[in-house]
Design a protein around this ligand. Structure first.
Ligand SMILES: [Zn+2]
Length: 260
């Protein structure tokens, strides 16, 4: 069966002498592994189309009950040009591509993930991300996949925790704990400002959409140089992702050294 779709190229590798295997995130079928015959032969056939971070139009052929599809045609909608300008941009883009590649299942349609990744790659071309930008998009992607940490109420008993007492986070339970529950469940202690900062970032989309009042969402994301917040938020996110999704990202250690 022939499919026509749009896709973002996640990764590529050579296969045999002249073929190439690419992973695509398609708009209508989610993640797809594909073989491009002749795709590696001085790249003439697909003329640099099948490069990571490119947004492409693609026609592929799928055989019934066969995992890998075969690319018939591909052309560019928008290239990832500009991302290669700095190591920071490349590492940031690689992190999100890896995020989508490893957290989604093959052929599971998820349009929100497609559009979020598209927005992320376009924004990376335009600017260098701060840690808050990265966090914002990490949380957005997790939320789209249904894995959102709970920063608002006690994740165990459900009671509401006053902002100043939001200091205990449980990776296992995936959220903050109230004083009482924190006595019985494993957790780590953080500054209430860190949890407040995370909540602020999760609210950005609501405020951009005209929901909650918010001073200036973009100012929140441009803020840098706050080392305690960065260290603690990274620990919370890493603990959560490793525990719940059992994934460690290859591009993350490099990126961690570069971002502010
Ligand atoms: Zn509780």
């Amino acid at each position: 069966m022939l499919h026509k779709d749009e896709a973002i190229v996640l990764s590529k590798r050579s296969y045999g002498e002249s073929d190439r295997i690419v992973h695509l995130y398609t708009l209508h079928s989610g993640k797809v592994s594909a073989i491009a015959k002749g795709g590696n032969k001085s790249q003439r056939r697909f003329n640099n189309t099948l490069e990571p971070f490119n947004h492409i139009r693609v026609e592929y052929f799928e055989k019934q009950n066969k995992g890998m599809v075969r690319i018939e045609n591909a052309d560019i909608i928008e290239t990832g040009d500009g991302i290669e300008k700095s190591l920071k941009k490349v590492s940031t883009a690689s992190l999100f591509v890896e995020f989508v590649e490893r957290l989604t299942k093959e052929k599971e349609r998820h349009e929100e993930i497609f559009y979020t990744l598209k927005t992320i790659l376009r924004e990376i071309k335009e600017k260098e991300f701060t840690y808050r930008h990265i966090l914002h998009f990490q949380l957005k992607t997790l939320s789209a996949l249904g894995f959102m940490p709970n920063f608002l109420s006690c994740v165990y008993c459900g009671c509401s925790v006053p902002d100043q007492e939001k200091t205990k986070f449980s990776s296992e339970r995936g959220g903050v704990l109230c004083g009482e529950c924190s006595k019985h469940l494993p957790n780590r202690t953080y500054s209430p400002d860190t949890i407040k900062g995370l909540i602020e970032i999760t609210r950005i989309d609501a405020s951009v959409g005209g929901g909650e009042a918010f001073d200036n969402p973009h100012q929140v994301l441009e803020r840098k140089g706050d080392n305690r917040f960065k260290a603690e938020a990274m620990e919370i996110m890493e603990g959560f992702i490793t525990y719940h999704l059992d994934v460690r990202f290859k591009s993350y250690p490099i990126l961690k050294k570069l971002i502010e």
